[in-house]
Write a protein that binds this ligand. Sequence first.
Ligand code: PNS
Length: 189
Amino acid sequence: MNKGLAIYPGSFDPTTNGHLDLIERGAKIFEELVVAILRNSEKSPMFSVAERLEMLRELTAHLKNVRIDTFDGLMVEYAKSMEAICILRGIRAISDYEYELQMALMNRKLEPTLETVFMMPADKYSYVSSRLVREVAQAGGPVKGLVPEVVEQKLREKLDPAYKLRDVRLIEVLGKDLDKREKKRKKKA
Ligand code: PNS
């Protein structure tokens, strides 16, 4: 049993600033924190598990005691296989409490040795959820400040593939322009 290891499970579709805030808080408390993305979610996700994994890895690269992983099936089974003694979950508001309490008690019934620890993200993120972020972004609204910049960019690319193309074209055009200027400079020299 690894007493310093906690699992922070979730869908992270996509990671919000609230998630990141909680990961940073958890990383200060636990020796090691494994952020575990559920693979077999029934919901049809916006981002694939691979995309979510990549984003989370990038976002937590500065936290040396944080690892990102994925899991299938029962969370308690996964936590046991990792020899963790603790599950970390975030509670933003009273509305989260009922669901989280139910889940924590069910997990305790399934595996009594596993404790759930709740932490609160910064109050400025208390209304931020992945579902609302997806909804706002899908309707063309701004999500700046609600998600990390990497996620904001990925949301833009996902919802408007032309955006990525526009970036590539811009780089091509700028590249050609730079080439021309370089050739001119060489001719003059
Ligand atoms: O970010 P989410 O969607 O609130 O996370 C929910 C999650 C992934 C933690 C929960 O659905 C889960 O643990 N699912 C795995 C299956 C499981 O163990 N179910 C019983 C939980 S009581």
